[in-house]
Design a protein. Structure first.
Length: 376
């Protein structure tokens, strides 16, 4: 008998993309009597829960829809609870904007999860697709679903043990789900910390490598960035753990290692650049109004130019200029303090991160090529 799988979706205001996502799940090559869907709505102001129920009823899938105001990790933990109560052997996390296009990914992931040196979380390649308007998104989703239903799915060409993965399309064995939970303090980076805890608990994380994406992440410009809408309080909630997540992803990259690698990482350097620009801007204002006009201008022009560049990136994802300004101020403050906290967390947890890096290398050497044990 095939193992039981529950697809878990945490949603909030996802009525646009959810119908296509659920239809893509119905195309997965897996027995219907061993497959169910659990949807946790985090407090939508649109018709997401009703859309979920209507679509799942029409598709004939077993399902449960739960409305529970929550952030992402709280919603995911609620999903896990529902899935385990439904008797899941595996939990397949799917984002509410992730269109699954490989019908056999679930079978491949189950096979890979059981064939390594330990039970593993398994993920695949997701390609981000950004659309200028709703009609373009709908047209792409509809055409893609038609192709999925009529075309064979590709097989993985290999695998990689990785330090972390997102939860856009990720399989978690029930054994891991019972022992490792999502940290509810985290308003982002919860997937990174989950994978760190997974490795630390004696399990692993695998990425299956395909020539083509196994799913598409559907996004609309100006409506797809949670960081724009996030409050300052939520930015700093679980702050040290978020800094640890940044350090962990950098220190476990192939070819990297040690705390020194933090200072060579592009993402960290972007935080340093922001911090430097903000400091320089503050100094320039002092000199402009209190001391030397020429020196003040020499500092003000490059600092203002750099911060304007960062602001323009925020503006693209914001509904209006005022929202962009608020988001820019929040993230700049967050980035300023994060510049100092990331190295602190890297030093504090360097032994644990080094141990996980060794585990990844060991598993990579021990687990044979994926094709030496063909997927079921």
């Amino acid at each position: 008998m095939e193992p039981s799988v529950v697809a878990c979706l945490t949603c909030k205001n996802s009525s646009l993309t959810l119908p296509y996502v659920l239809k893509s799940l119905s195309l997965i090559n897996y027995p219907r009597d061993r497959f169910a869907v659990a949807v946790v709505d985090g407090g939508s102001v649109d018709s997401t829960p009703e859309v979920a129920r209507d679509i799942l009823n029409s598709l004939g899938l077993k399902f449960k829809v739960l409305v529970k105001p929550s952030n992402i990790p709280e919603g995911r933990n609620a999903c896990v609870k529902e899935a385990l109560e439904l008797g899941a052997d595996y939990i397949l996390f799917v984002d509410c904007d992730t269109l699954v296009v490989n019908k056999d990914f679930l079978r491949h992931a189950i096979s890979a999860s059981d064939s390594g040196c330990c039970p593993c979380v398994v993920t695949g390649d997701i390609q981000v697709k950004t659309f200028k308007d709703v009609n373009s998104l709908k047209k792409f989703a509809e055409e893609t679903l038609k192709n999925v239903s009529s075309s064979p799915s590709s097989k993985p060409k290999g695998h990689s043990f990785i330090s972390w993965c997102g939860m856009g399309l990720t399989l978690i064995p029930a054994e891991i789900a019972r022992k490792v939970s999502f940290d509810e303090d985290l308003t982002f980076k919860e997937d990174t910390v989950y994978c760190l805890k997974t490795w630390d608990a004696g399990y692993g994380v695998i990425k299956l490598n395909y020539e083509e994406p196994v799913a598409y992440d559907l996004n609309l410009i100006r409506k797809s960035d949670i960081y724009v809408r996030m409050s300052l309080k939520d930015y700093f909630r679980g702050f040290s753990k978020k800094a640890l997540a940044y350090a962990y992803t950098t220190m476990t990259k192939p070819g990297r290692g040690g705390v020194i690698s933090i200072f060579k990482d592009f993402r960290y350097l972007s935080h340093v650049t922001r911090t430097f620009s903000l400091t320089l801007l503050s100094l320039s204002l002092y000199y402009l109004f209190k001391a030397d006009l020429t020196l003040g201008l020499l500092m003000f022009i490059p600092a203002f130019s750099m911060l304007t560049l960062y602001f323009s990136k925020v503006l693209v994802k914001s509904p209006d200029v005022l929202t962009a300004m608020k988001s820019f101020v929040k993230f700049t403050l967050f980035s300023f303090i994060l510049t100092f906290e990331i190295p602190t967390q890297a030093i504090k947890h360097r032994s644990k991160i080094k141990e996980i890096t060794h585990k990844i290398t060991y598993c990579e050497e021990k687990m044979p090529s994926y094709f030496e044990r063909p997927p079921q």
